[in-house]
Ligand binder design. Sequence first.
Ligand code: GLU
Length: 193
Amino acid sequence: MCGILGIISKKDIITPMIEGLKKLAYRGYDSSGIATINNNQINCVKSQGNLDQLQKKLINEELIGNVGIGHTRWATHGVPNESNAHPHFTDEVAVVHNGIIENYALLKNQIVETGITFKSETDTEAIAHLITLYLKSGMSSYEAIRATTEDIKGSYALAIIMRSEPNKLFAVRKGSPLAVGSSENENYIGSDG
Ligand code: GLU
C-alpha cells in the first residue's frame, strides 16, 4: 500500500516531492521520508505518522537537492516507527521500496556476517547494504544494482540514489508497478500498490 517517488530536476526537488507524496497518501501509510544528495553526501529526513509531521521536521532539518527519493510506508516488515521508515541508506546509497523481499532474513544474516549492523527491522534495508557492498567490491552503479536484483527474491519497485552518481536517479522493478515521467527540466519515477 506504499508509495514511492523519485525526482531529478534542474530545481530543488523538496516542494514537488512533498506534493507528490501527498498525492500518494490516498493509499494509506504509517510513516514517510525523503532523501537527497547534496554536497557529495546523502541526507535523509523521516518521520512516523503523517506527512504533516515530516513537513514539521523539514523546518528544522534542512534538506535540499536536485535529485531525491521519497516514500509513504505501509509496514510489512518491522513496526511503523521512524527507524523503519524509508528511505534506508548507507554512506553510499539511499533506497525506497514498494514491495516485499521474501529472502531478506537469509540476506540479512549474510550481510551481518560482514560486520554491518542494521538500523531497522525492514526487509528493504538489506537492499541498501547489498548495493553498497557490491559498489565497494569495485562494481559500477549499474552492475551493483543488477547484482543486487539477482540476490533478492520477491516483489519490488525501487528508487535509488547514489553518492558517487549525484546526477542520476536509478529505478528498477519486478512485480510492483513503476511509472516513469520525463520532461525537459525534470524526470520522475513513481510506484504505488
Ligand atoms: N516491505 C517494506 C517495509 O516493510 C516496504 C513496505 C511498503 O511497501 O510500504 O518497509
